[in-house]
Design a protein around this ligand. Sequence first.
Ligand SMILES: C[S@@+](CC[C@H](N)C(=O)[O-])C[C@H]1O[C@@H](n2cnc3c(N)ncnc32)[C@H](O)[C@@H]1O
Length: 390
Amino acid sequence: MTDRQPMVVELFAGIGGFRLATESLHLRTIWANDIDPKACRVYRANFGDGQLVEGDIAGLIGDVPAHDLLTAGFPCQPFSSAGKKLGIRDPRGTLFHVIVEILQRVRPQYFLLENVRRLLTMESGSHFATILKSLVETGYMVEWRLVSAADLGLPQNRQRVLLAGTRMSGRADIEPPVLKLLTPGELAASSDSTISLVAAIPNWVPIESHACKFPSWGIAAHGRFFCADLSHFDDAVPLSPLASFLETDPSPEFDFTEATKERIKSSTRVDKLVNGVHVLYNQGGGARMGYTVFGIDGIAPALTATASRHYERYKINGTYRRLTNVEYARLQGFPDNHCAGVAVYDQYELYGNAVPPPIARWGMERVLSKGIPVTAFSSAAANLLPLTYA
Ligand SMILES: C[S@@+](CC[C@H](N)C(=O)[O-])C[C@H]1O[C@@H](n2cnc3c(N)ncnc32)[C@H](O)[C@@H]1O
C-alpha cells in the first residue's frame, strides 16, 4: 500500500451511512451505487453526484474501480435451496453474491459489511455459514461482531452485525482480531498472537459443520471458524436517554388519530424497561410490537423502515404520537436535515434501512487499525471530524 489516502467503494449505499463515516475519517469514496431513486436523490444532495452510479448493481460489477476498502450494508435476501445437498445454502444469484464477485474481481485489501442481527441466527445459522464460507473461499480472513447502536451513544436498541475482511495471500497473512479488543493476558502475548492464531486454526470448526446459531463474535479463515459470545463491548459509552434526542415542539401531523387513541384506552399499563426500552402500555396479551406504547424513560426499540403508525406509538409529554422524521435522523446518527430532499413519509424508510454512521465508523476505525495505517490515514486520524449532530 502506498502513502496515499485510502480509497473506498460503497455498495448498496442508500442514503450514505457508510459515506458519512468515511468522510469523518477523511477517507476518499471513489464509487458508490444504489438502485433506489429516492435514496440516490438524498445521496447526491449530500455528497454531490461525482461518485454515485444509480442502477442495479448486478449490471455494474465490471464498472467497480480498484479500491482499498469495500463497504456494503447488503439487503438480507434468502439464499436459494439449490445448494442444500452440500449441507449449506447456495448464494449464487443473490445480492450478497454480487459482493463476492466484486471481491474476486477487484480484490480490495479490506471490506466492511453490515447486516441485521438475525443474519447470525436465521435457519440455525445456515445463511451466515454460507456467507462466511463464500468470503473465506474468496481469499479473505473474516471477523464478525455484533454491535449495538446504544453502546455507541444512540438511544436505540439496534443491534447490527459487522463483518470485517482482510485479503490473504497465504497462511502467514492471518492477523489478530480487531473487532474484539485483546484482554490484558492476550495483549501480553500479542507479540506472537499471529503465530498462535495460525497454529490454532486446525482446531477451529470447519464452517460446513456449523450446527447452530452463531454468537456475537468470531473469526474465520481457511474454511474454519472460531467464535465466542462476548458480553462486554470494550468501547461502550454511557447510555443516551431518548428524551434528550426528541424535538421540543413537533407538528401535530405526527399525533395519533382519534381512532388510535380510542384503541389505546383498552391497553394495560406495563411501565417497565425491557432491554432498555420503556414499555408503557401493552394491549391484552399483545406481545407484538404493534400493540405497544413506548415511553421515553429509556431508549427506543430498533427503528423500522415502515412508515406505518402501527409500529411507532409513543407517549411523549402527555401526547400520543409517532417519532418525527427529524427524530428518526437523530436516533440513527444522521444530521437532522439529511433527507430533506424527499417527502417526510419516505424519510422513515430511508433512515430505517440505513446503517447508523457511528456503527460504520467504529467498524472502519477498527479495520483500518490493521494495516491501512498508510501515512495518509494515520496523520488524518489525529484530526477526525466528530460524528456529533443536532
Ligand atoms: C439495507 S439498505 C442499505 C442502506 C445504506 N447502508 C444506508 O446507510 O442508507 C440496502 C440498499 O440496497 C439497495 N439495493 C437493493 N437492491 C439493489 C440492487 N439490485 N442494486 C443496487 N442497490 C440495491 C436498496 O435500494 C437499499 O438502499
